[in-house]
Design a protein around this ligand. Sequence first.
Ligand SMILES: [Zn+2]
Length: 55
Amino acid sequence: MTSAFKGNKSTLPSKPCVVCGRPMAWRKAWARDWEHVKYCSERCRRAAKTEDSHA
Ligand SMILES: [Zn+2]
């Protein structure tokens, strides 16, 4: 018997956007600064800055 457990897909890391909370899937483009990626999109990035300087 061979314990063939091939149902294990290589799960990419993901984390929620700090603005909208949507899960962001790891992207190759983010490989270098995945730790620093906080926003799922440019829109959220701007939203975060706007919100920050709004108060
Ligand atoms: Zn977002």
